[in-house]
Every structure is written in C-alpha cells, then in structure tokens.
Design a protein around this ligand. Sequence first.
Ligand SMILES: [Zn+2]
Length: 350
Amino acid sequence: MSHAVLDYPFSEPPPPATLQQVAPGIHWLRMPLPVALDHINLWLVEDEIDGRQGWTVIDTGIGNDATRALWEEIFAGYFDGHPLLRVICTHMHPDHAGLAGWLCERWDAPLWMSAAEYLTAFIASHGAGMNDGASMVEHFRAHGLPPADHETIRHRGGFYGRMTAPLPARYRRVMAGEAIRLGGHDWRVIVGVGHSPEHVSLYCAGLDVLIAGDMLLPRISANVMVAAHEPESNPLADYLASLRGFLSLPAGVRVLPSHGLPFGNAHGRVHDLLDHHAERLDETRAACAARAEGITATELVPVLFRRQLDMHQMTFALGEALAHLHWLWFAGELTRVQADGVWRFKAVAG
Ligand SMILES: [Zn+2]
C-alpha cells in the first residue's frame, strides 16, 4: 500500500486549555480522552449571531469532570466576556457530543446537529435501550464471541449515557448541502454515512478549509462497524461512498480533523483510506476462501487486527470485521449460514 505524503502546517497540537489559530477566526482546542485514542480536536470560531459577538464551537469533548474543568479554563482565559453562541456537533459519539447538553445549558446556547445524529444520541443519552448490555451480547454472540466474554460485553451496555450529558430536548436540524453562516463565511454541510448515521463535515470555500470531523483523519481510519441496533446494515459501502465524495473538494483544501494534526493533500488521504479498505476486503476474501466451513466475524478479527485487543477494542474490531463481511455479502461474493445461532460467511463458489 502506498501512502500519500501529507503536509502538516502545525507540527504540535496546542497544550491543554490553550487555543491555536489555524485559519482566520478559527481556533484549535484539544481535549483529553480516557481511551487509547487519547485526544479530540475541537474548533472554536469567532462568530456573530443576531448582532451578538461570541463563539461557536464545533464538537465538545467527552462528558467528564476533567473536560468540564478544561472548558472553564477556556471560558476564563479566552472568552473575554463573550458568550458561547452555538454548539455544532459533527456527530453523536461521546467524544464529540458528550458535553453538548452541558454547554448548551451553561450558555443557553442552541444545539445544531443533523437529525439522525441528534435523535440517536437523544435516545441513547436518555437511557433507552439502544445500546443496552443484553442486545449487545446477543449481537456479538450471533457473530461468534465466546460465552466467556459475554459478561464483559454486558457491562459495556449503557456506556453512551455514562459518557454523555443528556442532550437538550430541542435542536436546530442541520441538513446535507445547506449553507451555514459561521464566522462571517458560508460553510457547506457535507453529510457522511458509515462511521455514524448522519455525520456532518463543514467546508468553507472562502477559506478553503474543511472541518472534517471523523470522516477524514490523517493517521487512523475511522471505525466503521455493524452495530447491534442495525445488525443487517452495510456501513462500509456507505462510508466508502462518502469518502469518495471528498474528492470533489479542491486538492489544496486544509483539513481540520477530529483526531491527529491538521493536514493538506486531502485527495491523497482519501485514496489511502480507499486502498486500506480494499486491502482489508482482499484479506477478508482470502480468509473466507481458505475455510470451506466459512468464517465468523470473531474468527476474522485476528486476521484483520494483528495485535492484542482489550474488550473495548474487541467490540469495535468485531463490528468492523463484520462490516467487511457484510460488504462482500451485499456484493454477492459471500453467503451466510447460521448454525447454533452463530453466523458463518462463506465464499460463493465460482
Ligand atoms: Zn466518531
């Protein structure tokens, strides 16, 4: 696999509770995360809404006390008496939307999100059974996870609500293709599917800047998984189609990603990610062809992920292995059969 050379205009991220300007009026803020992926990038934009000067934030950090404390430092150190006017979330994941409810309440600010992200997050953050332990166990059991691991999975149920402040009961819906006025510029909404249900990236032609969220990351590939509440989905097809959409942006666009450093050469990165998944699909094809009895998603995990995984990483890896099996299954290259309640995927003969 060839790797595109990415240029990084900033060699270091800003220290905690510090802003770094990355484009006129756009400031980069890092927040820590208590997982292996140890940070998220947020973007604060100098803004004006209805004649009021203040800030719009894109994404919020995860819902814990450490992040709230860092936010208070930012308010005190940088806001200069101006309010937070608006909270935009690229998508529902806890590192992105975890403090949206808290920020909106603290500043009486509106929440802007796409409908599928808001509604899914609203349901999950208010404790309904979208990611409860029982349905997660059932999903992973049906794809071969051994009984010894079921209890750990069961305890992961409801994790969304534990990392996310409850969302406000009203929001401003963001739609694909619309123009949003932000920091004195028009930004076009680009919706991506596959990493999350209706992920919003924002492109500003005037600045030639893309706020990419998780759709376009410089060093890692966004998690694409078949989730327990959508067990028959083909998220990898959606994700690859969404990725190709970024090729219509100018080649010189500056990308502001949610993880890693801002970078140029977006087209090269899109091609790398497309190549990465094409290779994963080839490995999946080969693994299926090598086993007459077919393969479960659990058996595919060590083929695609050749390192030790904890149970948190295992759930993502299993979901991602299944996403590759489903892509081939939807394409007619695999069939699936269920034995003892476990799905096996087999290569179609010929
Ligand atoms: Zn995400």
